[in-house]
Write a protein that binds this ligand. Structure first.
Ligand code: GLA
Length: 685
């Protein structure tokens, strides 16, 4: 990325591949300069990163201000650039002496060459008590002139249980816009976008790391040039100063490189967070789709035995464990074990789970309160509400008002007590409704972040997952205190494989929970074979969310074999480079991870194939000159097994070059719907 200072303006000169060290940027600027036409201001309007409406610019603005209730337009002068090479940061500063305001836009380039940018305003005036300075009425995290050529944009729409549905649209002459309202990124905001240049294949990835509401727009100016604007609402009242959430931009020559860039960035965020140490992603057993609210201590102990026998390493007790929570109509807010289900607290269950060789995890939804709870009865004014008006519920619950310090403090104390008194290795932190009737504005995510930071500092052993009815609250800004995301409530393999594929364009497999659910699936009703469910679940942070007692012996055996496979391969899957595999049949989905001398691929067929001989699956990310031993790890998918030519050769391993594997590919029996294969590769020369 190269910016060019022109007076106090900063123009975007280049956003693309790294330039040659010796490139003469003045000459590049001369080559990029354009003439003017008859219907433009005589002095070119100031666009770029800080457009100035005074200059005749008629496109989107970075920010807008008012003073004494009237709009004001600052005169940003004194452009001053600071660089901090050690941090990889460059910042541009301006000020307006009359309005006593300072503006700073900073860009930091880290792992994967992903650029993180944000905007900061500071009120620099000394004010008498009660005197108010300039007010920021809106302010973008990012205003980016969109480089020419990026004429297509992929956004990710969705709804509950149908998260991350990718849709590729032309960046037409009309404006495009996405918004998320309700206090979380949601299932269908514009927080993740991927622009592509059809001519060159280049990709521009964008993300606004805003844990609450956001608005993202592509707008054109008078001359038809497009800009990308991403912003979040201003926390009231907007005096004094403002620091926007981060926006991320990554340029890459192709989709695979963009994926790896975002993965490198995500891994760097996890690694650089003070309270994180590298963790092996233990196999979860989660109780939700195994028994929902239907359990007592004895049933949980039986489930724990069955889970341990399958090879699970963590027993996560989902919803239903706390006081009065026998359905989703009561109990939120009372974070103590239900005395009926757990007369002696959680201690005996945790001890049992640990004796079985697993650690223990727990579900919480701390930002919420049920009207039928002790907390609500004691503090009916602690939830978001409008005095005297009805209190609208969603999933029978209300939202706690985290802008009140005593509310956040109380909830923090409850969760800390829970963690202090019980050995809890993992918290599934859920969030199952939108924030209404009145939005708590920016304060909610801020208070939450403080709570997470403090809990992680005090209990570094406890991993926290962000879940919001599935993938409703996932953003890069959370990575650090949050180490795992729940990408969707939909565990139906046919739906889930698409959801995992889309999330894994942006986030590495180790942060994406991936569970084997029951059959029939409780959301879609589909029945799917265990082999298919288990193979697909290996590509993520694997877990099981089904009652083993309702499986046949064969199914349990098959699941245990895949759990063992996952344990053998997670070192590769969670550290390596992910490649999505292209295939002419849209119902065949493949991905593989390469790491050192090893690679594992997953190829799954979701619908019946129009041809018996499915096209060979071409692998990716291998060294063309190297030789690899290729095997198909057992168990093999039962229905497809008898179509496999040369089973003995596959068992022993075929030796092929990277060039052949990537150029010619492997013919797998992919004729049946709901079939998946795992392919293991080892470099031998
Ligand atoms: C949400 C979560 C589910 C489960 C339920 C429990 O829907 O997304 O995974 O934890 O809550 O009530």
């Amino acid at each position: 990325m190269v910016w060019m200072a022109r007076g106090d303006a900063l123009e975007l000169l280049h956003l693309g591949p790294r330039l040659h060290d010796a490139e003469d940027l003045a000459v590049l600027a001369a080559a990029a300069a354009r003439g003017r036409h008859e219907n433009q201001p005589d002095v070119p309007p100031t666009g770029g990163l800080l457009p100035d409406p005074r200059s005749g610019w008629r496109g989107p603005l970075l920010a807008e201000f008012s003073r004494d209730g009237l709009p004001v337009t600052p005169r940003w002068t004194g452009l001053h650039i600071e660089t901090s090479p050690d941090l990889g940061t460059i910042a541009a500063n301006w000020s307006d002496g009359d309005l006593e305001t300072h503006l700073r836009i900073s860009w930091t380039m880290g792992a994967g060459d992903v650029i993180v940018t944000h905007t900061q305003f500071t009120d620099t005036g000394f004010r008498a008590i009660g005197e108010r300075g300039v007010v920021t009425t809106r302010c973008a995290s990012l205003l980016l002139p969109l480089p020419r050529g990026f004429d297509k944009v992929t956004h990710f729409a969705g709804r509950w249980a149908d998260d991350m549905r990718a849709e590729r649209l032309p960046v037409s002459r009309a404006s495009l816009g996405w918004a998320s309202r309700g206090g979380k990124p949601g299932f269908a905001g514009g927080d993740w976008l991927v622009f592509d240049d059809e001519e060159t294949g280049a990709q521009l990835g964008f993300h606004i790391a805003a844990t609450g509401d956001h608005e993202v727009r592509i707008e054109r100016n008078d001359d038809g040039n497009a800009s990308l604007v991403a912003e979040t609402p201003i926390p009231a009242p907007g005096f004094g100063g403002l620091h926007t959430p981060e926006a991320l931009i990554g340029w890459a020559p192709d989709a695979a490189t963009l994926t790896r860039a975002f993965h490198a960035h995500a891994r760097e965020r996890l690694a650089s967070y003070a309270h994180n140490a590298p963790r092996e992603r233990r196999v979860h057993f989660n109780t939700w789709e195994a028994c929902a609210f239907d359990f007592d201590e004895a049933r949980l102990m039986r489930l724990a035995e069955d889970a341990a026998a399958l090879g699970a390493e963590r027993f996560a007790l989902d919803d239903g464990w706390f006081k009065g929570r026998s359905s989703d109509r009561a109990g939120l807010g009372d974070w103590v074990p239900d005395p009926v289900r757990f007369p002696n607290g959680l201690g005996p269950l945790i001890a049992y789970v640990k004796a079985l060789g697993m650690d223990f995890g727990l579900w919480v939804e701390p930002e919420m309160v049920s009207p039928d709870s002790d907390l609500y009865r004691a503090h009916p004014d602690w939830c978001l509400h409008e005095p005297g008006l009805p209190r609208p519920t969603e999933r029978n619950q209300l939202v706690l008002d985290f802008t009140r310090p005593e509310v956040g403090d109380h909830i923090h104390a409850c969760i800390a007590k829970l963690l202090r008194e019980n050995d809890i290795a993992y918290l599934k932190w859920d969030h199952n409704r939108r924030l209404f009737p009145q939005p708590p504005l920016g304060a909610h995510p801020g208070r939450l972040r403080m709570m997470w930071d403090q809990l992680r500092a005090d209990f570094p052993h406890t991993m926290i997952e962000s879940c919001s009815s599935g993938g409703g609250r996932i953003d890069m800004g959370l990575l650090g205190p949050i180490e795992r995301f729940w990408p969707s409530d939909n565990n139906d393999t046919i739906e889930r494989i698409r959801i995992m594929r889309e999330w894994s364009r942006l986030l590495p497999l180790e942060v994406l929970g991936s569970h084997v659910g029951p059959s029939p699936n409780p959301i879609t009703g589909r029945r799917l074979a265990m082999d298919f469910r288990a193979k697909v679940a290996v590509f993520g942070h694997m877990g099981v969310e089904a009652d083993p007692a309702r499986m046949t012996d064969k199914e349990r055996e098959c699941l245990a074999a895949h759990i063992a496979l996952y344990k053998q391969w997670r070192g590769v899957l969670h550290a390596g480079d992910l490649h999505h595999l292209a295939h002419p049949d849209p119902n065949i989905m493949g991905m593989m991870v390469t790491h050192g001398d090893k690679a594992l691929a997953l190829v799954a067929q979701t619908a019946f194939s129009p041809v018996f001989d499915a096209a060979p699956v071409r692998l990716a990310g291998l060294e063309p000159e190297a030789l690899y031993r290729v095997t198909l790890p057992a168990p093999w998918p039962p229905r497809a097994r008898h179509y496999l030519a040369n089973p003995d050769a596959w068992r022993e391993g075929l030796i092929l070059s990277g060039a052949a594997l990537m150029g010619h590919g492997l013919a797998l029996p992919l004729t049946h719907p709901e079939t998946a294969w795992l392919i293991a590769l080892e470099k031998i020369a």
